[in-house]
Design a binder for this molecule. Structure first.
Ligand code: ADP
Ligand code: MG
Length: 259
């Protein structure tokens, strides 16, 4: 497969194995344009987290090439933010200070830090707990702080590894809608790992369906619904039809079809 080299993120022939273990990912090829929202969906263990970690340069590819803006990614590079499955907040800092951490690392002046953090607190609806410590928050609230901490960096590339998997459905819906609202203003490229087909269809303009052993992409599905998208999308017939189709592709991939 040939992939265009001028895309925001390019993977060419990327494979991964840990030590002399079995191949975890085999021959992953795709290119993603700036501003695209791509979901990765696939069975547990198919290498979704590994793929995101490689794009973030947290783990090297065994072979193949990964390019962000035409260059190999570097760990902690500006413009790339990661939201992990766990909120990973610093327990000794209150909410607002946690959100400011990436800005402190980049030596952003205090007034600007506070302005950006306040904006993020508003976006994730946590203004009322800005002075609370992580231990005082519910799991869902901690994850919202984690989202705010990523977005405060004004990323161009946002890598999210099942960020809302632990939230109740209503909160998840709400955060999905907020995430798209924020994206209207900021337009980062998103990679979003999820177990929820419905969430993938709601958020993305493209869904990469994966299969396991070894991990590979078995379907590349465009999502045609125009942005901005609101909760009414979840009531549309063609939305549900697409959710059904992606779920089918996922099942087919698990059975080893389409390889
Ligand atoms: P997913 O996120 O899709 O559930 P992962 O990327 O976490 O899958 O893992 C894919 C495979 O790679 C699994 O079989 C897992 O056990 C293995 N794996 C992940 N990280 C490591 C590691 N650091 N060392 C060895 N094996 C690993
Ligand atoms: Mg994972």
């Amino acid at each position: 497969m040939t992939v265009p080299l001028d895309a925001h993120v390019v993977l060419r022939g990327v494979a991964k194995r840990f030590g002399d273990g079995p191949p975890v990912l085999a021959q992953v090829d795709f290119a993603v344009q700036l501003g695209s929202f791509v979901s990765l969906i696939g069975p547990s263990g198919c290498g979704k987290s590994t793929l995101l970690r490689m794009i973030a340069a947290l783990s090297p590819a065994t072979s193949g090439e990964i390019l962000i803006d035409g260059r190999s990614p570097e760990r902690g590079q500006p413009g790339v933010a990661f939201i992990f499955q766990e909120p990973t907040l610093l327990p000794w800092l209150p909410v607002q200070a946690n959100i400011e951490v990436p800005l402190r690392i980049r030596r952003v002046a205090r007034a600007e830090r506070e302005r950006r953090a306040a904006e993020m607190l508003r976006l994730v609806r946590l203004e009322h707990v800005r002075g609370h410590y992580p231990r005082e928050l519910s799991g869902g609230m901690k994850m919202r702080v984690s989202v705010a901490r990523a977005l405060v960096q004004s990323p161009r590339l946002l890598l999210m590894d099942e960020p809302f998997g632990a939230l109740d459905e209503m909160t998840r819906h709400h955060l999905n809608e907020e995430l798209l609202e924020i994206r209207e203003a900021e337009r980062w490229t998103a990679f979003f790992v999820t177990h929820s087909v419905a969430e993938a269809v709601f958020l993305s303009d493209r869904i990469l369906v994966m299969a396991a052993r070894p991990g590979c992409i078995v379907a590349d599905v465009p999502v045609p619904f125009a942005y901005p998208r609101g909760p009414e999308l979840r009531e549309q017939r063609d939305y549900h039809d697409l959710v059904d189709r992606v779920a089918q592709l996922l099942r087919a991939g698990e059975k080893g079809e389409g390889r």
